[in-house]
Design a protein around this ligand. Structure first.
Ligand SMILES: Nc1ncnc2c1ncn2[C@@H]1O[C@H](COP(=O)(O)OP(=O)(O)OP(=O)(O)O)[C@@H](O)[C@H]1O
Length: 369
């Protein structure tokens, strides 16, 4: 085939044979192909992925190139620009978090399993992939996000918009964040009753200038309580991530957390399980793995409930130190533990894209009790 006679339609016909592996439809039907331009001996176009953290990026790029070489012209130079537009979970007449595409609840059954550490590092990993990310620290009784981001001395500013006070989130490492820790003195939230805590959460969702966000991660308090119910009642939650350690006691509590989201009245999809402190690796012997708390508990939980397993995070001294020093380990790109968080973040972004393409939009839960 002479190169001058190649038409845009030929390119699109070839690309309509390339399937998005997760969404199981072709790239043209999914409207993922943009800006096709033919030049002398070459074609250029953009593939718009559903997340910048797409682990299949290279595979999709290669499949496009192969399809054009096979079906159009083996000699054609193919220049592909990979970009992303994160899909969203929406429902009608949205008044809270209207500029946030996906609200992701990070939950654990038991306290101290590393839920805040996982939230902080997932946020950094998603941001490093190119996404716009925010964290809402709803762990009202023990907010640790300000410490983990070295922001405990910071104070959010307030802007008046249309006569209403709007809180500007703190921005650290490119991540927008708000926490009860910024808004009230450290000790006073501890004695709050449920309704006050719920009111505080509503304020952090409704009165904060979040701006455009691809993912807002909500760091929930451990267990199941008022805050969880307030969240699902007042916001469209894309899905929940359950963080657990492999121990029996943690798994038993994680089950309860999982059951809460899955029960029919709440019906928030569980995007997956992350196993934290999966094994211990000493810095001087990075190849060695010691399964201090048992092995494979998180995977077992995911399989048992038929939800995805998103990844395992090792127990590493550097993760604790980085958290205490206020710079999450995922901000340090060369660390192998950063790699563990990157893999988990990609798996999460992938589940969000699949969920938005296949499952019903989540509406806020209406409950009278
Ligand atoms: N994978 C890990 N390796 C080493 N230390 C970790 C790891 N995950 C968490 N930690 C440490 O464990 C402690 C508890 O973690 P974190 O505060 O994230 O837990 P949590 O589940 O959010 O707790 P809370 O019950 O307060 O909500 C912190 O000191 C943190 O640095």
């Amino acid at each position: 085939m002479g190169e001058l006679r190649i038409k845009k339609e030929d390119i699109l016909r070839a690309l309509s044979t390339v399937e998005e592996p997760d969404l199981k439809k072709d790239l043209v039907t999914l409207e993922m192909i943009k800006d096709v331009e033919l030049g002398v001996g070459e074609v250029r176009f953009t593939v718009v992925l559903t997340t910048p953290a797409c682990p299949l990026k290279e595979q999709i790029r290669q499949s496009c190139e192969d399809a054009i070489h096979k079906l159009v012209d083996p000699e054609l130079r193919v220049v592909i620009h990979m970009s992303a537009d994160v899909t969203k979970t929406v429902f009608g007449n949205r008044t809270v978090l209207e500029t946030v595409k996906n609200v992701i609840a990070i939950a654990s059954g038991k306290g101290g399993v590393g839920k805040s550490t996982v939230t902080a590092n997932l946020a950094v990993a998603l941001k490093n992939a190119g996404a716009k990310v925010g964290i809402l620290d709803a762990d009202i009784y023990g907010p640790s996000i300000p410490v983990m981001f070295g922001a405990e001395e910071m104070q959010p500013t307030v802007t008046v918009v249309d006569g209403k006070n709007r809180i500007n989130p703190i921005i650290q490492y490119g991540i927008k964040m708000i926490s009860m820790g910024f808004l009230v003195p450290a000790d006073s939230a501890m004695v709050w009753r449920g309704p006050m805590a719920s009111q505080a959460l509503r304020q952090m969702m409704g009165d904060v200038n979040w701006g455009e966000l691809d993912y807002l991660l909500i760091d929930l308090p451990p267990g199941t309580g008022d805050i969880h119910l307030t969240l699902v009642q007042s916001a469209p939650v894309t899905g929940a991530v359950i963080v657990t350690t492999p121990q029996k006691v943690a798994l038993a509590d994680a089950r309860k957390g999982m059951q809460m989201f899955l029960q029919p009245q709440i019906n928030v999809p569980v995007l997956g399980v992350i196993e934290n402190m999966a094994y211990f690796t000493p810095a001087e012997l990075p190849e060695n793995k010691y399964y201090l708390f048992g092995k494979g508990g998180g995977k077992w939980l995911a399989e048992h409930f038929d939800v995805p397993f998103l990844g395992e995070i090792p127990l590493v001294q550097g993760i604790r130190e980085a958290g205490d020093e206020g710079r999450p380990i995922a901000t340090q790109t060369d660390e192998t533990t950063g790699e563990a968080f990157r893999t988990a973040a990609e798996a999460l972004a992938r589940r969000v894209a699949i969920r938005n393409a296949t499952q019903e939009r989540t509406k806020p839960v209406e409950m009278t009790v």
